[in-house]
Design a protein around this ligand. Sequence first.
Ligand SMILES: Cc1cc2nc3c(=O)[nH]c(=O)nc-3n(C[C@H](O)[C@H](O)[C@H](O)COP(=O)(O)OP(=O)(O)OC[C@H]3O[C@@H](n4cnc5c(N)ncnc54)[C@H](O)[C@@H]3O)c2cc1C
Length: 318
Amino acid sequence: MEKVIDKINNRKQTLFSIEIVPPLRGNNIEGIYKRIDQLIDFDPAFINITYHKDEVVYQKKRDGSLVKRTISKRPGTVALTASIMNKYNVIVVPHLTCGGFTKDQTENALIDFNFLGIKNILALQGDAGHGQTTFIPDPDGHSNAVQLVEQIMRMNNGKYLQEDLEMAHPSEFCVGVAGYPEKHYAAASLDSDIQYLKAKVLAGADYIVTQMFFDNKVYYDFVDKCRAAGITVPIIPGLKPIALTNQVDVLPRLFHLSIPAELDKEIRACKTNDDAALVGTRWGVEQARDLMKNGAPVLHFYTLGAGNSIRRIAEEIF
Ligand SMILES: Cc1cc2nc3c(=O)[nH]c(=O)nc-3n(C[C@H](O)[C@H](O)[C@H](O)COP(=O)(O)OP(=O)(O)OC[C@H]3O[C@@H](n4cnc5c(N)ncnc54)[C@H](O)[C@@H]3O)c2cc1C
């Protein structure tokens, strides 16, 4: 399977890519296939699959009592990756987080990826646990994505955790990492955040995918700052068309980002979600056109709840 970085380096024009969130526990894979079928004509260069660590949940039993369980609400990242690779013959990039893994479990996951022919990974710290405001590392796990990238790169050099392994097989992972044009919520400043981003690249990351943003100037300024800081790898813009009226409140709260006043006003004036999706799609087309005109390497779309809008945007611009 090809590597994302080779696709980017060999591109003749701006590429199209998408991120898929695994279905909630209990749902089947058909919904995911439908979402991909809807977008596959636009020849995605790669498809990312998010990872969701276990959460503590309290489930009600028949007798009304609550039972504490630790489960992932959205399991299946690795199996989805392999299934989509097989069904569509496309590059699939599973997300791998620090959270939810000890270093040994990380190594096991990397071995699984390797055996499945998965050559691409997006390496992340992972979301804070349910009810927590900041990320708390697992005992024996990594604290941040720099450390995770370092472990992957050690395996790429044939170095496993057990140092006395003989003839250990080197992996060949291509690694992407996350960047935040409006700063990561826990960072003291955008400049310090960019220094840590640079550390991920120095550790071996091949490219960066950004958090979603709605004003392209925010992305261009971020790219300029990264270049000034000495980051030279491709910086892929992450895009999400607004599809629901309440997203002007929900997205800034969840993802610590801003919505431009003009878009905010237009969405708030919408009476229905269908109206909001039309506004969000038009905004997305304009953002995408401008990014393409300015040479963005890839347009990476977050698909959750926005498949129809992304199809309309892709019809207009690809
Ligand atoms: C494109 C994308 C995809 C995502 N996919 C998922 C997913 O599938 N699953 C999921 O759970 N979450 C996902 N997230 C969310 C992400 O896990 C969170 O935003 C997380 O809080 C930060 O992850 P990171 O890898 O950017 O962190 P890091 O790069 O580790 O940075 C986290 C914070 O620590 C600081 N920092 C970094 N290194 C150091 C250091 N050495 N010392 C001190 N401070 C440091 C940074 O400035 C930043 O504030 C995704 C985010 C993006 C943008």
